[in-house]
Each structure stands twice: as C-alpha cells, then as structure tokens.
Design a protein around this ligand. Structure first.
Ligand code: ADP
Ligand code: MG
Length: 614
C-alpha cells in the first residue's frame, strides 16, 4: 500500500471517516434489530403462542423505526462518502499542482505529459474508491463480526464462536494472493499511463508523424500497446475473479456451517427456534463485511497503484525555499546580475551543463550570451529566474545572493522571453494582459508595435480580441516570439532577458526588434541570448559560452580582433548564409556602430516569418 496513502486525510476528513463508520455500524445494528424482531415474530407464530396486540404493535413499531433509521443512516453515510471523496480529490489535485509548481519544471521535464494527466485526473479519481469505500469497510469488517459474535452468543455461544473463527479465513486468503494482485494491478496501471502518454504524444506530434510518413508505424505501436493494455486488463479481471470466487466460497461455506449447526442444535434443543432463525439470517452477515472488503480491495487496488504515481510526484525533492525572511528587492536598486563560479547539472545522470561560470551583466547595458546550441545559454537564463538552482556558486542581483530572494519577488523584476513562448488558449488581449492586467488599449498597441506585431493584429477581423487556439497553432513561430517580446515590454521590469528573440523572425523584423531592445534597455539590465550573431552585434558586452565554460568576453570589435571562438562562430554563421545575405551580414559585422538604425536590409529568407513594418 502506498506508504503515504493516508496523507490526504486532514482532521476534518478523519472525523468524517469516523462518522461514516459510526453510521455504518448503526445501519447494521438496525438490520439486526429487524432480523431479531422478525425471528421472534416467526417464533411466536410457529409456536402458536397467543400474540398480544400490544406486543405485536410494539414489535411492528420497532421494525418500522429500525427500517426508517436504517434509511436515514444510509443516506447520511452515502452523503459523507461523497463528501470525503470530493474533498480528498480536490486536496490531492491541489497538492500535485502546487508540487509541480514547486518542482519548477524539473519533474515535468522527465515525466511525460500524458502520464501526468493520467495521474492528476484519473489517478486521483481512483483514490475515491480507496477512501470512500475501502477505508470505511476496513473498520466495518473488524467491528461487525465481533458485534454479531456477542449478539449470537446470547442464543448459542458455540455457533457464534464457530462463525467468528471462520471469518478471518477471508483476509487470510486475500492476504495470500495480495502480492500477486498488487503486482498485476500495478502493471495494469503503468501500462495505462504509458498508453495515455503515447496517445497524447502521437496526437500532439501528428503533423511531424505525417511529414515523416510515420503515421502507420505509430498506429501499429498504439495498437500493440492497446493489446498489451487489454491483456493486462484481462489478467487483472482474472485475478479479481479468482479471489472474489475464493471469498464467496468461504463466506457461503461459513454460512452453511452456521445454518447446519443451528439445525443440529435445534434438534438437540441446545438453541431456541428464535435463536436458530436469528442464526439463519445472520450467518451470512458475519461474512458480508469482509466479503465486501475483499471486493473493495480490488477496486481500491487501482487507487493504491495510482497512489504510487501520485507519491512519485509528491515525494520529489524540491529545494524548499528557506523559511528565514527573504530580502525584498525594491525597484530603487541597481540590478546588476553577477554569476560567481556557478556550476549546474540538470539531473545526476546528465553531464554538467555550466562549469564555473563567472560574469557580470550591468544595468544600463546589453549583455549578450552567444555560443553553439547546447552550450548552456538558456540554462543561464533559467538560473537567473530561479527555475532551477545552481549546484554550487552564487548568483547575485545587486550584490544580493538570489538564494535569499524569493522566487516570486525576483520574478516581479524580471521579464523573460523564453525560447519557446507559450500562448494560452484564449484571445491575444488575454495573453498580453497576463504581463500587466491594468494595461490600456494604447499601451497594448504600443508594445505590439515595438515588437513588430501590430500590423498582424490590425489585419485580424477581431484585432486584439482574436482567438489563439490551443498550442497557438493558428500563429506562426515568429509571431509567437514577437508576442512574447510584447508581453515582456508590457511587464516593463528592470531586468529583461531575451532568449533567442529573433530566431524565427525575418531580417527586417530582426532589425526592428534590435532597435526596440536598444531603446528599452536604458536603465535596465538586459541579457540577450542569441544564436544569430547579427542580433547582438552592438551589445555592450558579448559573453561567449563554450560547452558550459565562458571562453571569452568583450565587445564585438574586441572579440573580432582576437583569434577567438567568437570569430569562428561568425565565420561559421557566414558560411551557412546565402551569398546575398552573407554580403549584408559582412557589412553588419564590419560596421563599428548603430546596427539597426542605418540599414534597411533586404529579406531574402523566404522561410522565415514575415511581419509588417511601417
Ligand atoms: P542552449 O540554450 O545553449 O542551446 P541549453 O542551456 O538549453 O543550451 O542546454 C544546455 C545543455 O543542457 C544541453 O546539453 C541540454 O541537452 C541540457 N538540458 C537542457 N535542459 C535540460 C533539462 N530540462 N533536463 C536535462 N538536460 C537539459
Ligand atoms: Mg537555448
């Protein structure tokens, strides 16, 4: 059983579980009263005793009252069951979500989205059976046989003892096969999660699959996995059937034993007729709770298996932020960013990404980080916004170690355009307003203009209120990138980090974006990460990252003078441009100052996104 499966019960829920148990015990007690009264009535009728009206009325009243109470307790018990389940589900989902936020991406990075969806939606759903039915049933299974034992003892102690001794055979049998059932159930759940992941992955990547002619191959994989899931389901059903059958046989044999003993004892006058009738009715009741527990156990197994995945998430270690009071950054500060001997690795089994990184990005300056793909540029940005924490070394913002600044506080002062801007399903306006909800229409258009996306918005029939579909499939990569920039401009923070802001835009818009960056970088600490070196040509400082190590830094001119990695990056980039673009680029690299303003480059990159300039 999941070691922490009871974690989600708080005090209120524990009390609810106890109240439910009390209700269930009262339900059984009212049933016993009814059976007892029925047995005595039959006894009176069979033995031809003259039944007094008052006795009869009392008897009937007791039976009716017991039945009414039974109904009330049942309703109450069911209501509590739903209440407990609903509360627990909300509780667990909240815990999963806040844990994912705490994990700051690292868990999501390794666990596939489909598996996460299965865990947080269906896995939590499966917990309902565990807490709503299985858990209360455990208490009933212990209490009811004992209660009935003491009641039956009144009529015949030996029969009561024989019955109560037969009851533990059920958990013993279930216990014997429990490891097997648990294994089968766990395999079933993990196959289910895998199938969901594969399915979601296939739907999300359907275009790629089509382009590579892999649809049939992927369909076959899904078919094979579906069959595997079907086989695991059949195996699970088989194990359930075998164990339910075993439990039924024990319960029926126990009941038969009770009835046989009652008949034998009745013929030997060792039990009254009323007692024998009570035994007849109640023998099975002795076994019913444990039989129910056995059935609930199978249903709960899904919850227990799901709990494994849930705890896999919840048990992930997060570097909890310190409880000591954080330093609060204030907007008056200067926002120099300094890396001091920073080392970083994503996971223990992957190579070190940053190796002793030292640099300063000054306020009022544009600091560029360049390097080949995979050299660790985005990782530096991720560390500044505290999406991850360094393995060793310090990162300072105005001499404050960011370890001592809360994530929320730090992010208030940083606008970051990540390499993959995410636009939510909704309107363009909603997507922009998340940066600053109180922005006016004019402000929205102004930032869109600066980001070079205003003409596109104006060309849409609904302008800012046009819809963005799921995964922003109706918008090109370059436009998404420019929306990201517009959002960052709107946030207007003292630190601006742009991760490949021009990767997917055409040269004309690149110039426009460079101009905007220059314009807004005044009084800000701006870090621009760029693969395309023309973007950062005029930066105040260029840092060259080579396999996680800063190999050199300086201005473009300084770096070009050395026989440096930067020079080889420039040459490498020029080699991959077409002849006319190359000509343009050589001019840019050779120029001494004023990148965007003086030039009107021709755009010959047909494949790149084309915005509109005015
Ligand atoms: P760049 O931005 O320079 O292209 P990144 O900083 O994105 O490079 O990545 C640096 C290295 O870290 C790469 O080898 C990449 O595979 C690895 N990496 C990036 N993100 C993760 C992650 N979430 N988990 C594990 N490794 C990662
Ligand atoms: Mg990157």
């Amino acid at each position: 059983m999941g070691r922490n499966i009871f974690f989600s019960l708080d005090k209120v829920q524990t009390s609810l579980v106890l109240i439910k148990n009390l209700c269930d015990i009262l339900i059984v007690s009212t049933s016993v009263v009814v059976i007892d009264r029925v047995a005595h009535t039959i006894f009176m009728v069979v033995t031809n005793n003259s039944i007094k009206d008052s006795w009869f009325i009392l008897n009937i009243s007791m039976m009716i009252s017991a039945l009414v109470l039974r109904l009330v307790f049942s309703l109450f018990s069911n209501k509590i069951t739903f209440k407990i389940s609903a509360k627990i589900k909300i509780n667990v989902r909240e815990k999963i979500y806040s844990k994912l936020l705490d994990l700051e991406m690292s868990y999501k990075d390794i666990k596939k989205t489909g598996g996460l969806v299965t865990t947080s939606i269906e896995g939590v759903e499966a917990l309902e059976v565990f807490f709503g039915f299985f858990l209360p049933q455990i208490f009933l299974s212990i209490l009811i046989p004992f209660g009935l034992y003491f009641y039956l003892r009144i009529y015949q102690p030996t029969i009561a003892l024989a019955l109560v001794l037969g009851v533990p055979l059920i958990p013993l049998c279930v216990g014997a096969v429990q490891a097997w059932i648990r294994h089968v159930s766990r395999m079933h759940w993990s196959t289910y999660e895998d199938l969901n992941s594969l399915y979601l992955d296939s739907i999300q990547g359907i275009t790629t699959l089509k382009l590579f002619n892999l649809v049939e191959q992927r369909t076959n994989t899904i078919r094979t996995r579906s069959w595997e899931f079907r086989n695991r389901t059949m195996k699970l059903l088989y194990t359930n059937l075998v164990s339910i059958l075993t439990m039924d046989i024990i319960a029926l044999m126990g009941t038969a034993l009770g009835i046989t003993l009652a008949i034998i004892y009745l013929s030997s006058h060792l039990i009254t007729l009323a007692g024998a009738i009570v035994v007849l009715f109640l023998s099975y009741e002795m076994f019913r709770p444990l039989r129910g527990l056995g059935s609930a156990f199978h249903a709960a197994m899904n919850g227990i298996s799901a709990s494994k995945s849930i705890f896999e998430i919840l048990d992930q270690k997060t570097k909890l932020e310190k409880s000591k009071p954080f330093i609060m950054l204030s907007s008056k500060e200067n926002f120099d960013i300094e890396f001091c001997n920073v080392n970083f690795t994503y996971t223990t089994d992957t190579p070190q990404v940053l190796k002793g990184v030292n640099f300063i990005a000054k306020t009022d300056q544009i600091t560029a980080i360049v390097g080949i793909s995979g050299s660790g540029k985005s990782t530096i940005a991720n560390l500044i916004v505290k999406l991850y924490e360094p393995a060793s070394g310090q990162i300072y913002i105005d001499k404050h170690d960011i370890e001592n600044i809360s994530r929320n506080n730090i992010r208030k002062y940083i606008a970051m355009v990540s390499q993959r801007t995410y636009l939510f399903h909704g309107t363009i306006r909603e997507n922009l307003l998340i940066a600053r909800p109180e922005s006016t229409e004019e402000e929205l258009y102004l930032v869109c203009k600066k980001a070079g996306i205003d003409c596109f918005i104006k060309s849409l029939p609904n302008g800012l209120d046009s819809s963005i579909v799921e995964h922003a499939k109706n918008i090109s990569a370059g436009q998404i990138q420019r929306f990201g920039i517009a959002r960052a401009l709107l946030k207007d923070t003292p630190i601006l980090i742009l991760d490949e802001p021009t990767a997917d835009v055409d040269r004309e818009n690149e110039a426009k974006i460079i101009e905007t960056i220059k314009e807004i970088s005044k009084n800000k600490t701006t870090i621009v990460i760029a693969h395309r070196l023309s973007t950062i040509r005029d930066s105040d400082k260029i840092i060259v990252l080579n396999n996680g190590i800063i190999s050199e830094e300086g201005t473009h001119e300084e770096l070009m003078e050395k026989n440096s990695v930067y020079v080889s990056l420039v040459h490498h980039q020029l080699e991959h441009e077409s002849a006319d673009v190359k000509e343009d680029m050589i001019k840019i690299y050779a120029r001494v100052s004023g990148a965007g303003s003086a030039r009107k480059p021709r755009d010959r990159r047909g494949s790149k996104d084309r915005g509109c300039t005015e």
